[in-house]
Design a protein around this ligand. Structure first.
Ligand SMILES: *Cc1c(COP(=O)(O)O)cnc(C)c1O
Length: 410
């Protein structure tokens, strides 16, 4: 196995050949200032004290690990544990990162937070954390997404955020990113750009990994307490890759623990029907960094699709690209249908409704468990709760596009 250095990324922001800063000149000094501030505060005891305070008192950490006894028994193989990130305030892991970045923004003397959001989950976490910290907050969202995600827009507004609808191009996430970056360059003195996943130009992938790594640190200790040893597998879904790298980070140097990222294969492996970037993509540059990406015939970012809005991104965090090439982590895919089955199965058997994103990780664990002995342990990162997805699933069931498994019928 290739050794994976804990000192990564290197000074230029590369994980092997992935990462870096592929951005317009005016952005470079702004990113460098951010990288310096991050280096200053990441090990600062007072900063960490404050970070841990809000993780505990605002978000409710630590989150437990939970043994799915019913599911384990039904599958007849490895024990399945969940890391319960769904129990965080706002219902997902995203708040770990927004707390960390807004505290960093305050240390840097910034007054305003800007962020982009697609489905709205990152926008809501950002708006909530900005309200907590008394920061002015503007969320950029494609006009099409504003229409599709009215409730999330209202949530953000309730917590004091201004939501700007991006009107250019396709009016979705890409345009929201363009407008947010434009606003940042205009007012970098006062403004902090809060990025929501382990993607983007250096130093963002390193920052997001650092603030999410609390997930794996807790889980490692909790698994030792529960089982007296580490799990055989750590499994997480991969959109941009933040919940996965958060779980993996503290296990990378544990060669006995297999790391598995699960990407969405949507309706199938044909072009436009999935977002399985590491499984089916190739190296390339987009959104300011080099990683695996899905390309269209012109080499531009591909159209992507997944049943879960949080996973349909045509690139992926650069550290995952590195871990794949190094053979340290394995990346597999799960389809819409497999994720839906997992969604219903966990709800019915354990009384926990998982996010559709997390259901992809669970789907892989459900495939894997019966192939392993009863002494084996799989730890799944349950990145979020499914309440946000219930209306979508209900209308799919009503339309007949999704048929719930027979066990749901009494
Ligand atoms: C946003 C989101 C994801 C995908 O983002 P990552 O950066 O890949 O973790 C996964 N699960 C949930 C619940 C989310 O809200």
């Amino acid at each position: 196995m290739t050794t994976v250095s804990p000192a990564m990324p290197d000074a230029a922001g590369f994980f092997g050949q992935y990462g870096g800063q592929y951005v317009p000149e005016p952005l470079k000094p702004i990113l460098d200032t951010l990288a310096q501030a991050f280096e200053t505060y990441r090990n600062d005891p007072e900063f960490l004290r404050e970070f841990n305070y809000y993780l505990k008192h605002f978000s409710g950490r630590e989150t437990p690990v939970y043994l799915c006894s019913n599911l384990t028994k039904a599958l007849g193989g490895a024990k399945i544990y969940l890391k319960r990130e769904d129990l965080n305030h706002l219902g997902a892991h995203k708040v770990n990162n927004t707390i960390g970045q807004i505290l960093l923004a305050k240390r840097m003397g910034k007054k305003k937070i800007i962020a982009e959001t697609g489905a709205g989950q990152h926008g809501v976490a950002t708006a909530a954390t900005a309200a907590l910290m008394g920061m002015e907050c503007t969320i950029y969202m494609g006009a099409v997404d504003v229409e599709r995600q009215k409730l999330n827009v209202f949530r953000m507004q309730m917590m004091g955020a201004k939501v700007v609808a991006a009107q250019s191009g396709q009016k979705t996430l890409k345009e929201a990113v363009d407008e947010a970056l434009g606003a940042w360059v205009q007012d970098a003195e006062e403004t902090f750009y809060l990025l929501g996943s382990a993607v983007g130009p250096h130093p963002y992938p390193a920052i997001v990994r650092e603030f999410q790594s609390v997930v794996g640190r807790e889980a490692k200790r909790q698994m030792r307490e529960a089982e007296g040893r580490l799990p055989d597998y750590c499994v997480a879904c991969v959109g941009g890759g933040s919940n996965a790298i958060g779980l993996f980070a503290d296990f990378i140097d544990e060669p006995g623990v297999k790391l598995v990222g699960v990407e969405p294969s949507g309706r199938g492996l044909e072009y436009g029907q999935h977002a399985a970037t590491l499984c089916l993509g190739e190296p390339g540059v987009m959104h300011g960094f080099r990683s695996y990406m899905l390309k269209d015939p012109q080499g531009e970012p591909a159209e992507v699709y997944s049943i879960s809005a949080g996973l349909d991104y045509p690139s992926v965090g650069p550290e995952h690209a590195f871990l794949k090439d190094a053979g340290r982590a394995e990346y597999v895919h799960a389809s819409d249908a497999e994720a839906m089955d997992a969604f219903f199965m966990l709800s019915r058997m354990e009384g926990i409704i998982p996010a559709l994103e997390s259901s992809h990780a669970l789907a892989h664990a459900i495939r894997l468990a019966p192939t392993l002995g009863r002494e084996s342990i799989i730890l799944v990162n349950l990145s979020g709760r499914g309440d946000k997805d219930v209306a979508q699933v209900e209308s799919m069931v009503t339309e007949g596009t999704v048929v719930p498994p027979a066990m749901l019928k009494r």
